[in-house]
Design a protein around this ligand. Sequence first.
Ligand code: NAD
Ligand code: TYD
Length: 337
Amino acid sequence: MKILVTGGAGFIGSNFVYYLLEKHPEDEIVVLDLLTYAGNLKTLQPVLDKIKFVKEDICDREAIFKLFSEENFDVVVNFAAESHVDRSIEDPGVFLKTNILGTQVLMDASRKYGVKRYHQVSTDEVYGDLPLDRPDLLFKETTPLHTSSPYSASKASADLLVLAYYRTFKLPITISRCSNNYGPFQFPEKLIPLMIARALDDKTLPVYGEGLNVRDWLHVKDHCSAIDLIIRNGKVGEVYNIGGNNERANIEVVKTILKALDKSESLINYVKDRPGHDQRYAIDASYISKTLGWKPEYNFETGIMQTINWYLDNKSWWEEIVSGEYKNYYDKMYSGR
Ligand code: NAD
Ligand code: TYD
């Protein structure tokens, strides 16, 4: 099978490449990535001789069509996206371009060149949020889309477009909607790696609002195993929810990290809340479990310890990021907050 992994130099895409290489060494993998601030070719360095890497923009129709005409892909898995909610609040435009129009270009090329499966990596954020006082409520695949941020609105728009390409053009699509991922190679602007990196440097940890918002944490490897099952055995036209069944309030996550690193809780700094901040995400993943037999391997306790250890063992990977251009980003987003 020849698979195009777009956004494969980012957090989840790169983990997916490593997963495929281990699980399906017979597959041919092409990674396409624009290498934006979030993409890092160093992540794929150890396996660059086993894959083909193409630096390209998913919005560049001519370049994408040329690549598809040359490569004859069986499967496309689209991870490429602008992925950080806070950045989407600062500058929505690039989110609409990459996440919606880029998806359109990839699907047009998939149609023209007879791709057998186009898989869209989406998010539980398309469902909006759940109230904190109703732990009985979970997102199902049938929950109406109801978005809060420019990021989630762009992802929901892409999902609707993907479903439209299935209905109108019979493009063989699948969609997965996943809860918050954590694990190796996550860019340190997201909650868990941000807090690990800052705690290790004895810097303050900016917790939005009261830290009571809840996320359903999923280890990235469990996300990868779910996508792998969907592209091989999933039903065309279907949406699959993927979740870790590990709901935690942000403040609990931050305290777990501090405890594991033997750092003081006095580093916690409650800052102004994110505008439109979603209260709670929680996924009902029973459909993928029942139909494809998927189940997560990690629980949060083992997964977070493994992740913290990974950041301790791979300081050079993230130290390079936090000392570069990212410093300006942090100052811009957090100063005076
Ligand atoms: P990420 O920001 O770490 O990586 C995104 C990758 O896409 C980067 O390598 C970047 O260079 C690349 N990219 C951006 N714009 C591009 C363009 N125009 N053309 C080609 N490549 C481009 O993101 P991630 O956390 O790995 O997320 C991957 C996907 O999973 C996204 O679609 C995201 O919406 C979805 N998702 C993420 C999470 C999560 O917790 N991180 C949860 C659910 C769904
Ligand atoms: P994030 O990792 O940005 O993922 P998402 O917003 O897509 O869920 O944030 C996870 C949670 O952590 C979210 O409720 C916002 C909160 N948060 C903070 O409290 N402080 C921070 O500095 C960041 C980045 C996030």
